[in-house]
Design a protein around this ligand. Structure first.
Ligand SMILES: [Zn+2]
Ligand SMILES: [Zn+2]
Length: 163
């Protein structure tokens, strides 16, 4: 079974892992589960996210890797490290499905930044509160203005200026 993505992740043999939500890429080749709610969720406006997602911003929900279990498509994952501009799994890096190109997650050294669009919440409009963004980050680089009440950080949360 292709369950060994890295020892930091939950595996199929992990009896204590109870899936809470499941996620899949567009073509369904890459699938994974999480056992917990995210620790936080943010919207990133940095240029790398804009270009690599082909989108004005990126919404990420943050999990510990131990709460993530990849269940299918491991050999189809492709990686890109934007800092070094290298298509390799050098953490932190972007993870995609190599078949349909869906961005799967930003893989950090300890954390998994999941994209809520991939999750099956049962109904598209029923996003659990724990997945809802709490702030905007790298808002200095925004390409679109967002009219909401969430805090807007110029760079990283708690390590930059509030705009
Ligand atoms: Zn796919
Ligand atoms: Zn970003």
């Amino acid at each position: 079974m292709e369950n060994r993505f890295g020892s930091q992740y939950a595996s199929i043999e992990d009896a204590g892992f109870v899936p809470k939500y499941e996620a899949a890429c567009f073509c369904g080749t890459v699938r994974y589960e999480v056992s917990n709610d995210p620790l936080d969720a943010k919207i990133c406006h940095c240029l790398a996210c804009q270009k690599l997602h082909g989108a004005p911003m990126q919404w990420a929900a943050i999990f510990h890797k131990r709460h993530v279990r990849l269940t299918a498509g491991l050999k189809h994952l492709i990686f890109f490290n934007s800092e070094q501009n290298r298509p390799e799994r050098i953490l932190p890096c972007k993870v995609r499905c190599g078949r349909c190109g869906t961005p799967i997650a930003d893989e950090g050294r300890r954390m998994w930044l999941a994209f809520p669009e991939l999750f099956n919440f049962g109904h598209r409009t029923k996003v659990p509160d724990s997945f809802k963004p709490t702030c905007h980050i790298f808002y200095d680089m925004r390409i679109l203005e967002i009219m909401d009440d969430l805090p807007k950080w110029s760079g990283h949360k708690n390590h930059s200026n509030l705009l």
